[in-house]
Ligand binder design. Sequence first.
Ligand SMILES: NC(=O)c1ccc[n+]([C@@H]2O[C@H](COP(=O)([O-])OP(=O)(O)OC[C@H]3O[C@@H](n4cnc5c(N)ncnc54)[C@H](O)[C@@H]3O)[C@@H](O)[C@H]2O)c1
Length: 292
Amino acid sequence: MGRPGRAGRHGPALIMDIQQRVAVVTGGASGIGRSLCLALAEQGAAAIVVADVDAGGAAQVAATIEAGGHRALAVTADVASAADARALVARAQDAFGRIDLLCSNAGIIVGGGVEVPDEAWSRMWAVNVQSHVYLARAILPGMLARREGYLVYTASAAGLLTQLGSAPYAVTKHALVALAEWLYITYADQGIGVSCLCPQAVSTNLGATSRRQVGADTPTTWSDRGAGPQAAVDGVLTPDQVAACVIEAIAQERFLILPHPEVATYERRRADDRERWLRGMRRLQARLSGGR
Ligand SMILES: NC(=O)c1ccc[n+]([C@@H]2O[C@H](COP(=O)([O-])OP(=O)(O)OC[C@H]3O[C@@H](n4cnc5c(N)ncnc54)[C@H](O)[C@@H]3O)[C@@H](O)[C@H]2O)c1
């Protein structure tokens, strides 16, 4: 995409150039999604569609992009609804003719394990996994017809390792990494680039926005400023730092985006000796929960 002749990691001649591309960012009203919208505008994207359940937040981000002289459209959508996901894609295509880049970023967290109520587990599956299926289903036909397009999935380090304190998050983010890998394997030879973003803690509103969707009583394991338990170990990045990693990875067509580079080591240790890695995670959990 963009510069014929340069070989990309995905195969022949396909380096994604963000300039003049039309991007859709889900969860664009806040946190990583908001920073992605602003970074894409800065990179010269032709238009950015800011999609979120938070209508006011999406409108604000779109207004900020427009104030900087770029084109933007705010769309209110619950991407966990197949109808909303389809309508989002149709609105973006009507407004700007096509979608070149999807940042499928919206996600939520709840804390707990198998005792988490079914409604909350279902909501986690719907937002963290099925929404990405709906969007890919709606967007891929156009991309495949043009033989170019790029999909970026915001998973989490939890999707490669685990999430202490949240089984639904660990399980659904593992599923999302699997989906992103499958899409890459299946469509890379047809001109579709795929990247999968797997950060540890990032300072965002994840706790607060998740509570809005799963109910105020549901624990999120996340503070309102987005610091999960791993924050104590490898630190907290800003959403702008994470967005910069995404922009760089798209330019290089790199599948795995690890803003916390330590995650590569942890993943290697997990693959090399699973028993040892599991024992290490037990120790870490005990340490973070004060030896309980
Ligand atoms: N904050 C972290 O530490 C961290 C770490 C790893 C991965 N992530 C992932 O990053 C992504 C973005 O989260 P964030 O941390 O920027 O949090 P955030 O709460 O600041 O932003 C998430 C945005 O997604 C929107 N959203 C949630 N569900 C939606 C839905 N069904 N339809 C449309 N919009 C929806 C929210 O309204 C919010 O504006 C999530 O997928 C999250 O799991 C976050």
